[in-house]
Every structure is written in C-alpha cells, then in structure tokens.
Design a protein around this ligand. Structure first.
Ligand code: HSE
Length: 436
C-alpha cells in the first residue's frame, strides 16, 4: 500500500525559506523514517527566482507566482515566510479559507493581527504552526503551550532579539558606542539595513506578545506592551553597571504581579551572576518560572537559516502527524477571547529598582537638591558614586535606588531635569533580578 504523502508549498524563499527547503529536500528519507510517512516539498514561490540560495531545486519547483502555490489543490500545508503584515496576511487568510494548514515564522503578523488569523483557522478547522516565530532553535512555543500546560506561569522573560544582544555584547566587550557597533553589525549582515524593529525593541515586543498569550491565556496584547529600545545606552552606562556588579541586556518581561500581568520590553540591568547575563552575541535565552516546575532556562540560537528552518520543519511534521491520524486542531492555537480576569498592568504602576545617571554640576548642595526631589516622591537611594571632580562643571553622578513606582520615578526625573545644575537628561535603567 502506498503511504499518503503530505505535500508542502513554501511562499517566501529568503533565509528561512532556504533553510526549510534544505532540510525538507536533503533529509526527506530521515523525515519519512522518523515520522512514518513521506513529506514532499512540492512548490516554492518567490518574486526573485534567480538568486542562488545554495540549494539545487528540482525542475519547475520554483515559481514567481504565489497563487500557483496557494491554489494548488495538491498542497496540504502552506508555509508563509515572506514576513511583514501585507501581503502575508492576505496570503495566510486565503490559504486558511482554501482549507490548507499554515506554518509561519511571522511574529509581527501574529502579534498585531493574530486574532483574525486564528479565528479564521478555527472556522476552517485547520492548524497554524508558529514555532519559528519566537527564538528560532528554542522550541519555546511547544514548551509553553504543551510541556508546561500543568503550570501557572508566574514569570517568563529573557533575551529574544539576537541583533540587540549582539550589539550590547560588543559594546560591553569592546567599550565602543552604539552607532559604531550598529554599523559594524550591518556590514557583517547581523543587523538589517533598516534595524528599527530590532534596536527599538519592537521585534522583542512582538515575540513577547505571542509568549504571553500562550503563558497566560490572554488575547494578543501587542499594543499594551511597554516598549523601549537600546539606542540610549552608552559605554559609560555599561561601565558603571559593571562597577555596581550588573550587565545591561534588552529583556522582554512578562510577570504576574497579583492578578495583573506586566508586559514590558526595555534595556535592563541584571546582576552579573544571573544566568541571562551570561548570554552573549546573537544567542537567545528564555527563563520560565512555573508554579509546578520552578525555574527553568532555555537557551539557543534565536535566528538564522538552519535554526529557524528547523523550527519550521518541526511544525510541518506536527501538522502532518495530525493529518495522518485525523487529529487536526488537536491543540488550540491561541485563546483569541482570552481570560477576562487578567489585566495588563499600566507601566506607570509597575515597581522596580532603578539605576540613575545624572549630569550634575560639581558644586556643594547639588546632591541634596536631587536626593530631596527623589525623597519627596518616595524614592529611596541605595548607593551612589561620583566619578571625577570638575569644579562647577558637569560630572556623572550615578545612583542605585530601592524599589520605586514608575510613575513616581518619571515625575521625579522630570523635576530633576529642570534644575539649572543638571546639564543633560538623566539616564535611567530599570533593574531586575536578585539584589547585588
Ligand atoms: N531579527 C531577529 C533577531 C531574528 O535579531 O533576533 C528574527 O526573529
């Protein structure tokens, strides 16, 4: 008896598309051996059908017309790898309406328009795989949605943008400024020509939106994620952080505080001995604290042709297994209506400790004015250092505070920055982790 073959079509033959095709074509026999049925890559569509992607495709597999893949009645699973909102959204909706299962790596689309997409999938009783949307080689979607199902997840946070982590790592190791490292990263192909999503924290916020939805059963809440990038970070702050025993990392944080959930992406000071502080370069790491499992850390490559291609293939095989066993939509995609009891906490209400760097004129009485303002807003100072002495000139004065409310801190900084003896905007960073 011939075994039923599952047929796959890819739309978008960029880096991840090429990785996926390489695995499906080169490991066809192994995949069949392990899964028990053939998985056949039938067609790939891309606007550019000339570029060499380092793989030889069978004749007629590559087309410049996405419709040839979308409307092929033989294809069971459509893999969308073009990225961005349009036309990816229209392509996925059409595929779902055609009764095809979908695999995508498109975190921006899911975070911003996921409700419509998952509703359409439910309506058509088809699966959506999105393991590749967060942290490439780390199977964090499966971990949170399936492996940790018996847990109430308290916190889930980590480094989920390799580009930003690469830039901060280089700045830390070499003491160079942000713009220099960014240019270098672009020249090496680590950062995109338009790096906005990576350096402004938007890519991390997209991924956090997906993780939080799975972890807490809430609807996609991208618009409620507080998002701040790494462009303000200077080598001076990295050096001061190190003197206090901290590293600076771009963290995506989802935290349960009481009945509410905090959702925020921002540069964060973490104790040097925190495991996430040791995550360097383009690597990702996600810490999950479940009430049953306790703490766990997941680490690996967050991007790239083969790591992300591997995640796409895992979704293809999962869906194929569901099809073969008649178990499609076995796992609920996402809770589009969400848990009404859970609220996203307003950023102004969160509490953390802070690092502050003032540009203060070096003369008697300045620190008492600054600390007076902090005290009047209920902010208590933990430690402080002044570097150098320049009479009547601005010097950096650096402070660590005890836990304070964000709203109080922002108000205090507004007042401090208005003082004539403060020559520049105060730099602030939020601090997480066990106190040093
Ligand atoms: N641009 C992302 C990063 C990779 O730098 O981590 C894709 O998610």
């Amino acid at each position: 008896m011939t075994k039923k073959a599952i047929k796959v079509g890819i739309i978008g033959f960029g880096t991840v598309g090429a990785g996926t095709a390489k695995i499906l074509l080169k490991k066809r026999n192994e995949l069949e051996m392990k899964s028990g049925f053939p998985i056949v890559l039938k067609k790939i569509a891309d606007l550019d059908i000339k570029r060499d992607r380092g793989i030889k495709l069978p004749a007629n597999m590559l087309t410049g017309n996405a419709k040839e893949v979308l409307n092929d009645p033989d294809i069971d699973i459509i893999v969308e790898l073009i990225g961005g909102i349009h036309p990816a959204k229209e392509i996925i909706i059409e595929a779902l309406k055609n009764g095809k299962h979908v695999v995508t790596a498109n975190k921006a689309l899911l975070a911003e328009e996921g409700r419509q997409i998952f509703t359409e999938a439910e309506k058509n009783k088809v699966d959506i795989g999105f393991e590749a949307s967060v942290a490439g080689s780390i199977p964090i979607i499966k971990i949170v949605r399936e492996s940790l199902i018996g847990n109430n997840i308290n916190n889930i946070y980590g480094i989920i943008n390799g580009t930003a982590n690469y830039i901060l790592t280089k700045m830390t190791e070499e003491g160079v400024d942000f713009d220099t490292v960014l240019k270098e990263a672009q020249a090496l192909g680590y950062a995109e020509a338009d790096p906005t999503f990576d350096i402004e924290g938007i890519d991390s916020a997209h991924k956090l939106t997906i993780l939080a939805s799975l972890a807490y059963g809430i609807p996609f809440s991208f618009k409620k994620v507080y998002t701040e990038g790494i462009t303000r970070i200077t080598p001076l702050d990295i050096q001061f952080a190190s003197e206090f025993g901290y590293k600076i990392k771009l963290l995506a944080i989802a935290k349960r505080t009481g009945k509410d959930i905090e959702l925020r992406v921002h540069p964060t000071m973490l104790p040097e001995d925190d495991l996430i502080s040791g995550v360097s370069g383009v690597f990702n790491a996600i810490f999950v604290e479940g009430d049953a499992t306790g703490d766990a850390l997941y680490y690996g490559r967050g991007a790239g042709e083969m790591p992300t291609g591997s995640a796409v293939v895992s979704d293809i095989v999962d869906i194929a297994r569901n099809m073969i066993t008649g178990a499609c939509v076995r796992i609920k995609g996402i809770n589009v209506d969400g848990n009404p009891d859970v609220k996203i906490k307003k950023m102004e209400d969160i509490k953390t400790s802070y690092y502050l760097r003032f540009s203060a004129i070096d003369k008697p009485g300045v620190m008492s004015r600054i600390s007076g303002i902090l005290g009047s807003h209920n902010i208590s100072i933990k430690s402080m250092i002044q570097k150098g002495r320049k009479k009547e000139k601005a010097v950096p004065v650096v402070m660590m505070t005890h836990e304070a409310r964000e709203k109080d801190m922002m108000q205090a900084l507004k007042e401090i920055d208005r003082l004539s003896m403060v020559s520049d905007r105060t730099m602030y960073l939020r601090v997480e982790g066990e106190e040093v």
